[in-house]
Ligand binder design. Sequence first.
Ligand code: ADP
Length: 264
Amino acid sequence: MIEFDSVSKTYGPTRAVADVSFTVPDRSTTVLVGSSGSGKSTLLGMVNRMIEPSSGRVLVDGQDVAGVNPVRLRRSIGYVMQSGGLLPHRTILDNICVVPRLNGATKADARRRGRELMEVMGLDVSLERRYPAQLSGGQRQRVGVARALASDPSILLMDEPFSAVDPIVRRELQAEVRRLQRELGKTILFVTHDIDEAIALADDVVILHAGAIAQRGSPAELLTSPASDFVADFIGLTDGSRQLRLDDGRLVRDGTGRLLGKLQ
Ligand code: ADP
């Protein structure tokens, strides 16, 4: 579980995050969504101490991360970034094995684990000797996710991981994340500026506006009870771009009939 307890962050005169509190429950996916500059990356970076809050606390499994060695913390939390962050002169398999090797796994064990993860992520083993530049953008992001999973972390942080891949591959990768979360029981904090991606992935969505929470709720709650005109606008309810319907007064579906969630 990840808990943000009244965290703020200021950079000189800029208030990047203003008194934000929310919890990411175990084995669920929370998506932070908002326009550029709304504070998403700043909040995500507080979890593994890439960014220190100006005030407030972040707790992981009840422990204030401020008291945890940053290097140990980062090796225990999976992190996937937009650029993939792969080492260009290492093979795919070596890239996936980086953290287990740093954590002291033998080369043979790390490689065995790396191959398993390639399979989990739908990467053909024939790719293991290639270099990142020889893969497609979507394959590179799969490698990025496999690498983040390599030390078997319970928490995955994902910072706009799919924004540079084309829409079809992006939907495939979103489906992979949902599957991983379900099958491996990971706790995922995912950042995106794309509300459709948030609705597709999230158990809980946190909509940020100028460093503060505009609304937090399940996709169904946001869509049926937006807390403000800002939220209604942001999720596309006011310009007709999102059609919704309720079945039995409980099941929220979009215009195509896809189930978005259930109201309590
Ligand atoms: P998002 O991820 O939603 O795009 P960020 O968390 O990156 O937003 O940034 C939130 C605000 O903080 C923005 O106004 C940004 O310009 C500012 N900011 C972020 N990092 C720094 C920094 N290192 N120095 C100064 N201002 C920063």
